[in-house]
Design a protein around this ligand. Sequence first.
Ligand code: PMV
Length: 310
Amino acid sequence: MDPQRESLTGFGAGKVILLGEHSVVYGHPALAGPLSYGVTARGVSSKRCQLALPGTLSRAQKALLTGAFQRAANLCGTPGVKVTMESELPLSMGLGSSAALSVACSRVLLKAAGRKDAPAEVAKLALEMEQEFHGTPSGVDHTTSAEQQLILYKRLPNQSSGRARAVKSPRPLKVLVALVGQRSPTKKTVAALRERQARWPARYGRLFQQIGTVATEGAKAVEAGDLEGLGDAMNVNQGLLAALGLSSPPLEQMVYQLRGLGALGAKLTGAGGDGGAVIGLFLEPEPAVAKLLKLGVRCFSSQLAGPRAL
Ligand code: PMV
């Protein structure tokens, strides 16, 4: 085997949006960070450039994944590599599983092609795959995964890419992630919101603007080590997401449960809707994780930023 191809592994982190989902689609800033869980891709030398898929997937899922893989592979000159994937993330719950897969895969393809897997290169390739999965995402998911650090992200007009600035936290940022019910695909929730926004642009525009301001304030709070300030920004953001029609009783109930367990702030993360992921910012999330697990809630903790984040 070519020595350059000896260790063909690539990791793509899942992500949480701390502040600014949905309004990020309309060009406002969002604060997002990588989870310590994600997708690992492994490549072995092969005659063909191919993605090995588990037999448990449906025909449609296989076609989607193969199509996305081919798009990225073509941009790398289809190197001779067979790629397998392993995921630690729940699918379609707002934790960026498709972006993590795209990033992991892109890292392996770049390495197999003898190219550097610098974040900007990875993001470019991962975007090709994300477009196959989601059409026109804001780009916050795959950019956070490729950058592997807390970022304040702003989409460029009408593009699925944008500008990301690293947000350094002097303190560890720890979240509890709880999974609640089932939810609709992101595409559907984003499209329904777009219809409301098109009908009442001034009202919805004001809410998006407010969320963008809260995201910028939250990033400043992080940099100042003001976790209470960040928590308050998350609580306000949750109220604005509810005003946009993106929350639901199961999500609200978990938000209040996390606040009751001592969260500095709690909100839905990702597209929201009938279910999905809820995050709580904790100084120490483990006691709350233990309590919720006992109650049968699917949850885990992760550090997003600060020393030993990934
Ligand atoms: O797919 P999710 O649930 O991680 O949501 C992505 C975030 C949105 O702002 C709702 C959509 C986007 O493209 O940014």
